[in-house]
Unconditional design. Sequence first.
Length: 137
Amino acid sequence: MRKIAIMLIILMVISIGSLSGCNEQSNKNAPVETTKPYEMYKSVPISKADLGSEWPLTVNSGYIDCYRFDNGGRAWFFRTEYGTLYYYNTISRNYASNYEMDCHDIDPIWASDPENISPKIDIGPFVDMANNILDEN
């Protein structure tokens, strides 16, 4: 009788341990909050109306999104109203690649020069505006 009592106690301890193990397992599978190694800290609307005839893109408007990265760097990207993110220069392209951002080269939406003086419209005024936005605060 004493052996049976000891075996019952052992079985109860094993059962309780298994149940608590199941609870721990289910907690391990719970979603874990993670943070990305970058953050958008500023988003400024920009449109053809801002630059008039100097507007260099085939889309009429979007946003200059400024990002901060965990290495201390910053870069800007152009985002369309539909949410597609574009990089313009090597800095933003490298960040997009290194941080696996869903980002595209701006070339497909960079307008051709209607006067055929150069292959594309001068993007300088657009870049200057974006750099000024990035440099504010």
